[in-house]
Design a protein around this ligand. Structure first.
Ligand code: AMP
Length: 611
């Protein structure tokens, strides 16, 4: 592999460099390495990148490097499809600007109290991150002044298109200074986005991070969809039952290597961090200890683990998903060395699933869904270890007569059987690490879905089937195979005669009621009203809010659809359409009880002395 580009090669400003140091990023991700120099030089960018590739920092770091905090009016505007993303991006700016004194970023989105938004805008912000509808609102009111705007970022442009915001986006583009710098990021490139690029980007540098990589056949690849339990609990559960020899766990930041190593050590594993902050000697020592078996787990960043060749590494865990397929291939290539077989486990958060598909596609190898070990499996494992210890102790200790006498006397005196005594002792031994384990997992919908489902989503995401539709895309969308029990049909009092379009409706509902667009189902426009399918169980509060939301200047007056009414132009209640578009997992609680907090090392059951 050629020498990697480091942050110090990129001419970012001092305060931004300090912030990077603080958050512990070791190396720019590929999209960052490619985009930062262009944006620093004032050029436009068309970045084809998905969530998880580090695209936010790819535009935030260079734009922040050029910010002038003395100028109070907004210098950077980021348009994002949803309020969740707007908040996330604003938080990222805050994080990367932590060393810039007096810096202000302001997220503005629908559903937020207008008065406080107006007040914040008045106070001034260097960066504004907003959803298109709300930004337009403020521009019209004159409460957002973009005369001094230096840069405009369109984040997840294809998602904005899918949500019907593309006209709004173009309107905003028209209302910003022509001299502005523009960066557009999109996971897919439907023709409408291409059109925006051609019309509004100036000699843009195209950055596409995709490559085909091959992975070794002797490496079994699985993924776990992060849900229902946190990553650390999932990892400890896996560590407990996976028969591993040596393991490398990959995380994204130097700080995370240290934190995770400490947590695993506290749980009884012999683990150590391996990162670029450690000097060469320390790094070599850690690898040597891994080689000789003095250390079982190394928690590493990509840079630090480059080229590690340790035969006993039987497992690679991608605790944080890599930025791209190339990094993935390098990571998992640390196992399956010298013709041995290896296993690669990948943790994928729901919002990173596109990256999973990209990796799978690029490596041309299936990565199969794994279930976390169940309570019964962990229990069985612990019992096996426990009974093995009894067998080993009986075999190794030739003279147990002292204990025999002690217990015989106890049995006689107290009139209890040897079995009862043994049970009490066994109970005492396992108290801090109970043999019987029970988890209360929340099974996410996504785990129940089939690979076909993934294929279908895949096509959507790439703009082949659904992606790239225009505002009318939701209307009369072909019915899908999804079960429709999860959706209720609502009636809203805006229709064709009011010039409402599905995109307006999706945008209003998504931003004002906080329902992600992917959960918004079929929309049917009628002359005087429309119907829209929404997930069941929407709160009364959200509905009350939605009633007042305006589309084409008319309140939605949303109500549960009860079928035809006088004068309505529809006479049937069509079958409900499809459920949540990609089966996002439900919120899950932590596992109870916590286990493994005071584990012995993986192969031996060692009750811990009090610490
Ligand atoms: P994004 O693709 O912008 O959603 O970023 C995905 C995640 O990667 C975020 O949690 C970032 O904090 C993290 N991240 C971005 N750049 C880097 C980097 N250079 N090193 C480590 N983590 C990063």
């Amino acid at each position: 592999m050629s020498d990697p580009i480091m942050f110090s090669d990129l001419a970012l400003s001092e305060p931004v460099m300090r912030a990077i140091q603080k958050v512990g990023y070791e190396q720019p991700s590929p999209i960052q390495a490619a985009a930062i120099p262009v944006l620093l030089a004032g050029g436009d960018i068309l970045g084809m990148a998905q969530t998880g590739t580090g695209k936010t920092a790819a535009f935030a770091l260079p734009l922040l490097s050029r910010i002038d905090t003395k100028q109070a009016e907004p210098q950077i505007l980021v348009l994002a499809p949803t309020r969740e993303l707007a908040i996330q991006v604003a938080e990222a700016f805050q994080k990367y600007a932590s060393e810039i004194p007096g810096f202000h970023v302001l997220p503005i989105y629908g559903g937020q109290d207008m008065t406080s938004q107006l007040r914040s805008l008045k106070r001034g912000a260097h960066v504004v991150v907003g959803t298109p509808g709300r930004v337009m609102d403020h521009l019209r009111r004159g409460s957002l002044n973009l005369n001094n705007l230096k840069a405009l970022v369109l984040d997840e442009a294809d998602e904005m298109l899918r949500m019907g915001f593309i006209d709004d986006v173009e309107w905003i583009l028209e209302h910003t200074p022509k001299t502005r710098q523009t960066a557009l990021f999109s996971a897919t490139m439907p023709k409408e986005i291409r059109h925006v690029c051609n019309n509004y980007l100036n000699n843009a540098t195209e950055i596409k991070i995709a490559s085909t990589q091959s992975t070794d056949a002797n490496i079994e690849q699985v993924y776990w969809m992060v849900s229902g339990t946190n990553k650390l609990d999932a990892l400890t559960r896996i560590l407990e039952v996976e028969p591993f020899d040596g393991m490398i766990i990959f995380v994204r930041t130097k700080t995370a290597t240290v934190e995770l190593a400490e947590k695993l050590e506290a749980r009884g594993y012999s683990a150590s961090a391996l990162n670029g902050d450690m000097n060469q000697q320390l790094r070599e020592r850690a690898i040597e200890r891994l080689k000789t078996g003095k250390l079982d787990i190394v928690i590493a960043t990509d840079v630090a683990a480059r080229g590690i060749d340790v035969e006993r590494v039987s497992h690679v865990v991608n605790y944080d998903i890599p930025y791209d397929s190339e990094a993935y291939v390098h990571r998992i290539g640390r196992t399956g060395r010298a013709g041995r077989s290896g296993k690669a486990i990948l943790f994928v958060a729901p919002r990173e699933k596109r990256l999973l598909y990209t990796i799978e596609k690029a490596t041309k190898k299936p990565i199969t869904l794994m279930e976390l070990p169940s309570g019964a499996t962990v229990t069985k494992h612990r019992i096996d270890q426990f009974t093995q210890q009894i067998t080993d102790t009986l075999a190794a200790q030739s003279d147990l007569s002292f204990f025999n006498d002690l217990l015989a006397e106890y049995s006689h005196k107290n009139d209890v059987s040897p079995e009862q005594i043994a049970s009490a002792l066994a109970y005492l031994l396992q108290r801090e690490r109970p043999l019987q384990v029970k988890f209360t997992d929340v099974k996410p919908e996504r785990e129940r879905s089939s690979r076909d489902d993934r294929g279908g989503r895949d096509r959507d995401d790439r703009g082949g089937r659904d992606g790239g539709r225009d505002r009318g895309s939701r209307e009369d969308r072909p019915r899908r195979e999804r079960n429709d029990e999860n959706m209720d049909r609502y009636r809203i009092e805006v229709g064709r005669n009011h010039e409402a379009r599905p995109g307006d409706i999706v945008g209003a509902i998504a931003n004002e009621a906080g329902i992600e667009s992917r959960f918004i189902g079929h929309i049917k426009l009628h002359d005087e009203f429309s119907t829209v399918d929404l997930p069941t169980g929407i709160s009364k509060d959200a509905l009350a809010k939605l009633k007042k939301v305006r589309v084409r200047n008319r309140p939605l007056e949303i109500s549960l659809d009860t079928g035809p009414r006088g004068g309505d132009d529809f006479s049937r209640k069509p079958k409900r359409d499809f459920g949540p578009r990609d089966g996002a997992p439900r919120e899950g609680g932590r596992d109870k009880p916590r286990f493994g907090e005071r584990d012995g090392k993986k192969t031996s059951f060692r009750p811990k002395k009090s610490d």
